[in-house]
Design a protein around this ligand. Sequence first.
Ligand SMILES: NC(=O)c1ccc[n+]([C@@H]2O[C@H](COP(=O)([O-])OP(=O)(O)OC[C@H]3O[C@@H](n4cnc5c(N)ncnc54)[C@H](OP(=O)(O)O)[C@@H]3O)[C@@H](O)[C@H]2O)c1
Length: 231
Amino acid sequence: MVIGGTGGIGAALVTGLRAQGFEVLALGRRTQPSLDYTDASSVDACAQHVADHLALTGLALQRLVVATGFLHGETASGQHAQPERSWQNLGADALQHSFLINAIGPALVMRHFLPLLPRQGRAVAAFLSARVGSIGDNNLGGWYAYRASKAALNQLVHTAAIELARRNKQALCVALHPGTVDTGLSQPFAKTGLQVRPTDEAARDLLAVIEALPPGSSGKFFDHKGLSIGW
Ligand SMILES: NC(=O)c1ccc[n+]([C@@H]2O[C@H](COP(=O)([O-])OP(=O)(O)OC[C@H]3O[C@@H](n4cnc5c(N)ncnc54)[C@H](OP(=O)(O)O)[C@@H]3O)[C@@H](O)[C@H]2O)c1
């Protein structure tokens, strides 16, 4: 499953997983059923849809990748949000929307989809985070809402990994940083000299990291090269 499977990196992950031979279901705001974090009940309804499909087909949910995220653009209230350069730019609406899409939505995914992972054997839940969500790595400042909401996501991932291990010792739950990737999310900020990679390359790297995650790596934060990122 790829939640956010119609986004820039998400769509490339769907293609990459299909190429690996997985049957993949992509969910997003424009899929049927649709999943929209501004409507919490849609997460529950989509999970029920997936549970029914698994029961009907006998398939197991072996990989759950959550590729949703918000950095800039229109918020649920119709206002426009930009990453903040200064505390002077902090506003409740952008903070609320960033936390809704980057932390609360994925938390609802944990609640409704992690119970669908198999109780035995290897299974991976990977949540796309961002290196800027690392507090220890924050030397530049700025981007308050995005950084803070991704830090919240990282804590949720770590916490869920502990609970998941009680259900299935071989199941892994991790946070992943995809690198800077050429999507609508990064496009306005891609001029800063960072290396921007195409989505198919980013997806290939992320899927390689997911497949290579060793036992004991659950609850941790990795970049697209498989290198550990500090919290
Ligand atoms: N691109 C980068 O350089 C970069 C760097 C670091 C981390 N990341 C992270 O990588 C992940 C994927 O980002 P991307 O670059 O692929 O961005 P993107 O193309 O803008 O995709 C964003 C995804 O979030 C989904 N989304 C937004 N609002 C939503 C809502 N209300 N309910 C449900 N889904 C919603 C979008 O769904 P729709 O398809 O329905 O619009 C889309 O699938 C994000 O977590 C991002 O923070 C990206």
